[in-house]
Design a protein around this ligand. Structure first.
Ligand SMILES: Nc1ncnc2c1ncn2[C@@H]1O[C@H](COP(=O)(O)OP(=O)(O)OP(=O)(O)O)[C@@H](O)[C@H]1O
Length: 267
C-alpha cells in the first residue's frame, strides 16, 4: 500500500554554518494494508521529518513515496482533499489541535467538510454521537470546549475525527507521550481496537521501544537519519543486529531481553 523509496532530506544549518543537517539519509521501506510499522529512535534521528514527508507537508530532496501506486509528490499526485482522506495524523500536540472556541460538536462536524459539501451538510448529531461512542465518549461532551476536557478526552476526540475520514493510513507521532501511563494504555488499546474494526495501516512513531514492540507488526530503528534495522519486534528485542539497536534495546528494556546466543554487531 505504501512504498517509500530512497528518501533524502537535508536542512540548512545555522546562520553561521554552511553545513547542511542530514535529517533523512536513504530511507526505504514498504507498508502493507492494515499493517502497523513502529518507528523508533533517539531524538534527532529523523522520525518527525519522515512523518512530515509521508503527510506531504515537507518535500524530500530526492526519493519517492508511492501510496497505492500514486507518487504523492509526482506530477500526477492526487489532489489535497483526496490525499487528506487517505492519510491522517494523530500527534502528541492534541491540546492545540482543536479550535479553543469550538464545541466538540462543531469540531467534529468540521472534519466532515473534507468528505465534501453533501456529506458535511447531511451530518447529524446522531452521526457525531456515534463517532464519539466509537472512541468511548458520550453525548454529554457535545457542547464542551477544549479547555473543559481532559488530555485523554481531547486525544479521543482527535482520534474520532481522524477515524471519521476512514483513512487508509494513520501516522501516529508519539500520540500518548503527554498522557499519564494509565490513560496512555487506554488510548493505545483504543487505537488497536479501531484498527481491527476499520482496517487502517499505521505508522507508530515513538521513543518508547517496549510500547512500540507491544503493538507493532514490524519495527524500523532509525539512527542519524537512516533505518539501521527493520524487523519483527521479537527479533529487534532479542537479537538486534546493529550496534545502535543493541544499545537502544539495552537502555530501553535491559540486557535480560537479549538472547544468550552470540550477537552479531554490524558496527
Ligand atoms: N526545519 C528544520 N531546520 C533545520 N534542521 C531541522 C529542521 N527540522 C529538523 N531538523 C534537524 O533534522 C534532524 C532530524 O530531526 P527530526 O525532528 O526529524 O528528528 P526526530 O527523530 O523526530 O527527533 P525528536 O524525537 O526529538 O522529535 C535533527 O538534527 C533536527 O535538528
Amino acid at each position: 500500500m505504501l512504498a517509500v523509496n530512497n528518501l533524502f532530506k537535508a536542512f540548512d544549518g545555522s546562520l553561521f554554518s554552511r553545513c547542511k543537517i542530514t535529517a533523512l539519509d536513504d530511507v526505504s521501506f514498504n507498508l502493507r494494508r492494515g499493517e502497523t510499522l513502529g518507528i523508533v529512535g533517539e531524538s534527532g534521528s529523523g522520525k518527525t521529518t519522515l512523518a512530515s514527508i509521508l503527510l506531504r507537508a515537507t518535500a524530500p530532496d530526492s526519493g519517492q513515496v508511492m501510496l497505492s501506486g500514486n507518487d504523492i509528490f509526482g506530477k500526477r499526485r492526487m489532489p489535497e482533499r483526496e490525499f487528506r482522506k487517505k492519510v491522517q495524523m494523530i500527534t502528541q500536540n492534541f491540546s492545540d489541535a482543536l479550535h479553543p472556541d469550538m464545541s466538540v460538536m462543531e469540531s467534529m462536524r468540521e472534519v466532515f467538510r473534507t468528505l465534501g459539501k453533501k456529506t458535511y451538510q447531511s451530518v447529524s448529531e446522531t452521526d457525531i454521537v456515534r463517532r464519539l461512542n466509537d472512541v468511548g465518549l458520550g453525548r454529554e461532551l457535545l457542547h464542551r470546549r477544549p479547555a473543559q476536557l481532559s488530555g485523554g478526552q481531547l486525544q479521543r476526540i482527535l482520534i474520532a475525527r481522524v477515524i471519521s475520514l476512514r483513512p487508509q493510513l494513520i501516522i501516529a507521532d508519539e500520540p500518548t507521550s503527554c498522557l499519564d501511563t494509565s490513560v496512555q494504555a487506554r488510548i493505545i488499546r483504543l487505537l488497536m481496537t479501531l484498527k481491527q474494526e476499520y482496517g487502517f495501516a499505521m505508522i507508530f512513531i515513538s521513543h518508547d521501544l517496549p510500547l512500540t514492540a507491544a503493538i507493532a507488526d514490524r519495527i524500523a530503528v532509525m539512527y542519524q537519519g537512516r533505518i539501521v534495522e527493520l524487523g519483527l519486534p521479537r527479533e529487534i528485542l532479542t537479537n538486534p543486529q546493529h550496534a545502535y539497536t543493541h544499545r537502544f534495546v539495552c537502555s530501553a528494556v535491559g540486557k535480560h531481553f537479549l538472547s544468550r546466543e552470540p550477537i552479531c554487531l554490524a558496527v
